[in-house]
Write a protein that binds this ligand. Structure first.
Ligand code: HEC
Ligand code: HEC
Length: 476
């Protein structure tokens, strides 16, 4: 099967450039080969030109090859093995993965790489492949893809007739040991005395009331209700243009932001066209959104209310309001529904960081020597503190890291890698709980992020200094 056949999908996108060729499908309409390719368009096709059964059979058949292609890419970039770090876990106890997982190009060391100019790295093709943008498991197709453990838990709690989040064409590409713990604990700014208010459960329609009645205000309680209530979405809806075997009631906010945190599901950004230029997105945690001022890695929406409304009207349908109308967009009422959802999100706290004092720096009485040394590097030689400012380790701004200085524009499995533009400084409080890292999840461990920033910021840290910096990041 050729690349174009893998990508071809009559009920999907024709968004221009390379995409127009992918849209000339072969299996469904052989005669299309002779036709002129359709002109570029920002819209997804509204009329289905193939039956659901035929689309499903065709895409199911293509799935093994698509997943194998992605697995090959991941193996080229990363060491995906299960190597837990000693003496440190996520908040509830899942091991943190240790070590640098990005594979180096042949013949260079990390030290050599960090001492080269960006031009030299670019011209000699030495930027490690894992530092490049990560494509979606099937970039040309895109859409929401959930981890298996989340799919299984929803099936168990809500039944699989109307809420099976399995896609017949795709699955998540990263192995579970590289993802956040599940279900993650949930902490409230209003009730720090309670600790984990989820009591070890995934909060859903089936248990939210029992868990929170008496702890939340009626408005916040209604907010949680709406955050766990499904709404139609591009891949999960009641029409034939979907990627679930059965018609689906849709997706809830907490299907991605599980327990107000993240389960590392994936998606494509809704704000870019054509398809090849869209970014893969790793799901950000909602812990600590109360102290943030910009929402979305690039959208820069200014309030939680705006982002909540935008998610269901915009992001759920890839920013296409035409297809949203067809599939049943859930219009939230601003004064009550949006406000209540935002009120609840605004009390989602960061997890405890017992070694930090009230200004967000390490308490020397509690921290180890390497952790203290790491803090010194973070604010000194490593320059991390110029963007990640305590107490929450964000400056609430966006920065352009200009990674395109280090590589030539290239296509990676249907994703055009050409620099990311300005991205929000994600807070580093609680960061050990939220692998993988960066907006698209291209980095797997905190060790990887240190190597990345060492090259990108040009800080020339020694091996020992990098270890200390990792030790510090794990305390946040
Ligand atoms: C695909 C799974 C998915 C679902 C379902 C989802 N989100 Fe998100 N959410 C994301 C992604 C991805 C981002 C980051 C977007 C970006 O970087 O532009 C995000 C960002 C956010 C942010 C901003 C966080 C920040 O740190 O900037 C908020 C707030 C948010 N979502 C709320 C919601 C609400 C409310 C819902 C339900 C209406 C929802 N999300 C449903 C994936 C999801
Ligand atoms: C010029 C500002 C700047 C500097 C300096 C900087 N960062 Fe960042 N950091 C960012 C931005 C912007 C992002 C988001 C980038 C993205 O998602 O593509 C980020 C993301 C991260 C993340 C991942 C966050 C997440 O939620 O996935 C980690 C970890 C991190 N930085 C650590 C560091 C360390 C360690 C240093 C110092 C060696 C450092 N940063 C220096 C701006 C900066």
């Amino acid at each position: 099967m050729t690349e174009n056949q893998i990508q071809s999908n009559p009920v999907n996108w024709a968004v221009g450039g390379i995409f127009a060729t992918a849209f000339v499908f072969s299996t469904a309409a052989p005669a299309a080969d002779q036709q002129e390719p359709p002109p570029p368009s920002s819209y997804a096709p509204v009329v289905e030109e193939e039956s659901f059964a035929s689309t499903k059979a065709r895409m199911e058949a293509a799935k093994p090859e698509i997943m194998a292609r992605q697995k090959k890419l991941l193996d080229q970039r990363y060491d995906l093995s299960d190597r837990p770090a000693k003496n440190v876990t996520m908040t509830k106890g899942k091991p943190i993965q240790a070590g640098v997982r990005i594979k180096l190009p042949n013949g260079v060391t990390w030290q050599q790489l960090a001492s080269m100019s960006p031009e030299k790295i670019r011209d000699q093709g030495l930027f490690p492949a894992g530092f490049l943008p990560l494509p979606h498991p099937n970039h040309a197709e895109g859409g929401m893809v959930f981890p298996q453990f989340h799919i299984d838990e929803i099936k168990k709690q809500e039944g699989e007739v109307l809420r099976n989040l399995t896609r017949f064409d795709l699955e998540l590409d990263l192995p579970d040991h590289l993802l956040p713990e599940f279900p993650p604990p949930m902490f409230l700014t209003t009730r720090p005395d309670l600790g984990d208010v989820s009591k070890g459960q995934l909060v859903t329609t089936q248990n939210y009331y029992e868990l929170f009645n008496g702890t939340l205000t009626p408005k916040q309680l209604d907010g949680v209700r709406l955050l766990v209530t499904p709404a139609p979405q591009q891949q999960f809806n009641l029409t034939a243009d979907r990627r679930s075997a059965r018609p689906s009631l849709g997706v809830t906010c907490f299907d991605c932001h599980a327990n107000g945190h993240t389960n590392a599901a994936t998606h494509l950004d809704p704000q870019t066209r054509p398809q090849e230029s869209r970014r893969r997105l790793d799901i950000p945690t909602l812990r600590g959104v109360n102290i943030q001022r910009l929402f979305g890695s690039q959208r820069s929406l200014r309030s939680i209310e705006d982002f909540t409304e935008f998610e269901q009207r915009g992001a759920y349908f890839d920013g296409d309001n035409v297809i949203a109308t067809k599939k049943g967009v859930n219009i939230l009422e601003r004064g009550s529904e949006v406000a209540n959802m935002a009120e609840f999100q605004s009390i989602l706290d960061f997890p405890p960081a017992p070694k930090l004092d009230i200004i967000g720096k390490l308490d020397p009485a509690k921290a180890s020597q390497p952790e203290m040394a790491g803090q010194e590097l973070f604010f000194g030689k490593g320059k991390c503190g110029s963007c990640h400012q305590p107490p929450f380790y964000t400056d609430n701004m966006m920065h352009d890291l200009q990674t395109e200085r280090f590589y030539k524009t290239q296509m990676i499995n249907g994703k055009k890698a050409s620099g990311d533009g300005p991205i929000k400084t994600f807070p580093l409080r609680g960061i050990k709980d939220s692998p993988p890292y960066l907006h698209d999840g291209r980095l797997l461990t905190l060790d990887d992020t240190v190597e990345f920033f060492n090259v990108v910021v040009g800080t020339k840290l020694t091996e020992a200094e990098k270890k200390d910096l990792v030790a510090f990041l794990r305390t946040l």
